[in-house]
Ligand binder design. Structure first.
Ligand code: P6P
Length: 335
């Protein structure tokens, strides 16, 4: 970006979105509004997460939440909040969510966009106060306006993403996203209810010394993955694995490193989901100068077949991902 476009740290998310829209003379504002709708839902979910510990305490004394229902799991609450915000915003015709088997039709058939979302990934980590996250992708619908979105609208290759991002609810809450022109990070100031630009133009280091993988499954790794993990040890890399995808990814994005979820006996096609985990983070990492692979091919080139299909994920610093691919290609036939 030329200086004219560079926005100072501290710019609010709203002003940032507005200024970036100005760069697109034909933009009609729907994507801008959609990004605002996602940010609103993130603020609401952030508040629910921060209260969850206390509500549990309240729950323990037999109290119930404000709706008088038994305390729902936070990932269910997050799913409700994000779908409601997307529906009310009016820009989205159809949503696919980790929390729901089928496509969710918002009823807004004029909506130009489809959203794939994992409303709260790693939610098992909430009770132990480990950072968790929301992961999302935005696609332009292919079917005509004025009807419900179709399965084909929801099963587009990652290269067709219009935008992708994540929210990390951690020591601070951040929104990190791209619309295909670089990656920017915003930190939430709850007392003001605003996201402020804190990490402009994020680029991930070309290489790194951190490798993230669950070595508890290493007995069933393929030969190529076993050899690459051994290579990381021989290079004296640091093993860092939080077990919360957004937290592991965000650390490696900023510091350099590789996150891997390879095929295992328990998850022969990897555990992570193509549409609302792998593709989203792949778009972000590529825009930040990194790489995202199934070990054999570029994540964003994978042709989706099912809404919740899984795929192996090797993502992060380009040199580390390419080295992993080298070991895998040397030892495995292309599927
Ligand atoms: P494993 C959490 O359940 C999750 O979906 C990701 O957030 C995390 O990276 C991964 O699964 C951890 O899986 O098999 O290592 O426990």
């Amino acid at each position: 970006n030329s200086d004219r476009l560079a926005l100072p740290v501290g710019t609010t998310l709203d002003r940032f979105i507005m200024r970036k829209q100005e760069d697109f003379p034909y933009a009609t504002g729907e994507l801008s509004q959609l990004l605002r709708d996602i940010a609103l839902a993130a603020k609401i979910v952030n508040r629910e997460i921060n209260r969850s510990g206390l509500i549990d305490i309240a729950g323990a004394y037999g109290q119930q939440n404000v709706q008088g229902e038994d305390q729902q799991k936070l990932d269910v609450i997050a799913n409700i909040r994000f779908i409601r915000a997307l529906r009310n915003g009016g820009e989205v015709c159809t949503v696919i969510s980790e929390e729901e088997e089928d496509m969710i039709q918002t009823g807004k058939t004029q909506g130009k966009y489809v959203v794939a979302i994992d409303p709260l990934d790693g939610s098992s980590n909430i009770d132990v106060n480990v950072s968790i996250g929301t992961i999302f992708s935005i696609y332009r619908r292919q079917s005509p306006i004025g009807q419900e979105g179709t399965q084909e609208d929801c099963l587009q290759k990652g290269v067709h993403q219009v935008a992708a991002g994540y929210v990390i609810y951690g020591s601070s809450t951040m929104l990190v996203y791209t619309t295909g022109n670089g990656v920017n990070g915003f930190t939430y100031e709850a007392s003001l209810g605003e996201f402020f630009l804190s990490h402009p133009n994020i680029t991930t280091p070309k290489t790194g010394t951190i490798y993230s993988i669950n070595e508890g499954s290493s007995n069933t790794f393929t030969e190529g993955v076993k050899q690459y993990v051994q290579y990381c040890k021989d290079q004296n890399y640091s093993a860092r694995y939080i077990g919360s995808l957004v937290a592991d990814f965000h650390r490696n994005l900023l510091k350099g490193g590789i996150y891997m979820y390879p095929p295992t006996a328990k998850s022969p096609n990897g555990k992570l989901r193509l549409m609302y985990e792998c593709n989203c983070l792949a778009f972000i990492v590529e825009q930040a100068g990194g790489k995202a692979s199934t070990g054999i091919k570029r994540i964003m080139e994978v042709e989706p077949r099912e809404l919740h299909e899984r795929c192996p994920l090797f993502i992060g610093s380009t040199e580390l991902v390419e080295k992993a691919e080298e070991f895998i290609r040397k030892t495995e036939t292309v599927d």
